[in-house]
Design a protein around this ligand. Structure first.
Ligand SMILES: [Zn+2]
Length: 350
């Protein structure tokens, strides 16, 4: 890639280039440009300027400084400490089991071991469970490269959402690195179906997720939301706070299977046949579909880079997310790796 491609050619583009960084309230450097600004710029800039903007490359990012948090594992109830460390360009997201001589497990599709109730990674017999909410926070906030130190076999559940992980990332700050961000561009539609569960990905200028869930429950019913997964601000506001949920009738089954030993009303919405056990209200009426989108972003982070494609999910779960990724990757003609253009957002606005 020629360095000239990084140089903006017009005053408008130079302006955009300069505001690609903004200082977060806590003083860290957070990745920009913001989607709102890009949508605004798509309206006010000339057609020529927009062409230039679309040719500017987005750079890879890592966190500016180490940051940590701790909590209990949802399924194992073991206490665990998580610490993020900066990583070089093209490193990707790599888990490090500090309790096992810093054994590394890549956040990658090849390491998926099983995915009932949570996504578990494994490499040569070493496991790491419930990775999806932390991965969603990293992918959702546009962090490409980081080491994730973990001192036990399961990530902490925190409050059942990705809020605490997002806060940890913002505390650390996010910085750009001297390498173009890569994206996995979908070239051909791929679909997977299991009964009435369906998931597909198709060519699209940006990364959007159109998600539908359908539970015969008075608090849920059918919920549907379409989300721009390349917009970190929207992720923070719309998706990160959505908590995981479960049904009382499932809970005994899961307990008998030795799962959700750390589960409580502090880290999940627990639904009874007519309502919920939690005394605090839902964070949003459609918190359930928002959490499903959170899970999709977290699981699809295992592709190692953001997608350029439209994901449609109906009644999907971790198993289907993994099956779709593996079917997509097996079909060489269905995808290619490209530099991520700023124009991915402009495409949404035009
Ligand atoms: Zn989840």
């Amino acid at each position: 890639m020629s360095p000239a491609r990084h140089k903006p050619a017009t005053a408008e583009a130079t302006y955009l280039w300069r505001i690609q960084y903004f200082r977060s309230a806590k003083g860290g450097t957070v990745f920009a440009p913001t989607a709102a600004f890009l949508k605004f710029s798509a309206c006010v800039f000339s057609r020529e300027a927009r062409k230039v903007l679309q040719s500017i490359l987005i750079k890879q990012t890592t966190i500016a400084a180490p940051a940590e948090t701790s909590g209990l594992g949802l399924h194992t109830a073991v206490p665990v400490r998580v610490r993020l460390r900066p990583a070089p360009p093209d490193n990707g997201l790599v888990f490090v089991r500090t309790d096992l001589d810093d054994f590394e497990i890549n956040a990658s599709v090849e390491c998926i071991a099983h995915c009932s109730y949570a996504t578990t990674l494994m490499r040569t017999g070493v496991m790491l469970s419930t990775v999806e909410h932390l991965l969603a926070a990293l992918r959702g906030l546009g962090v490409d490269n980081a080491y994730i130190e973990v001192d036990n076999l399961e990530l902490p559940i925190m409050d059942g959402s990705a809020d605490d992980f997002a806060a940890m990332i913002l505390r650390a700050g996010v910085v750009e690195q001297p390498a173009a961000r890569r994206a996995l561009r979908v070239r051909r539609r791929v679909q997977i179906e299991q009964g009435d569960r369906r998931m597909s990905v198709e060519p699209h200028e940006t990364w959007e997720i159109d998600c539908m869930i359908d539970f015969p429950h008075p608090l849920i019913g059918m919920q549907r939301l379409r989300f721009d997964a390349l917009d970190p601000e929207a992720f923070l506001r719309e998706i990160a706070p959505a908590r995981t949920f479960g049904f009382t009738e499932e809970i005994e089954v899961l307990r008998r299977a030795n799962l959700i030993r750390g589960g409580s009303l502090e880290n999940a919405i627990v639904l009874t046949p007519a309502g919920m056990l939690n005394e605090t209200p839902l964070r949003r009426a459609d918190e359930f579909v928002r959490h499903k989108i959170l899970d999709i972003i977290g699981d699809l982070a295992l592709l190692g880079m953001p997608l350029l494609g439209l994901v449609r999910a109906e009644r999907s779960g971790h198993l289907l997310h993994a099956a779709l990724m593996s079917k997509l990757l097996r079909d060489d003609a269905a995808w290619e790796i490209v530099d991520m253009p700023v124009g991915a957002h402009l495409a949404v606005a035009s």
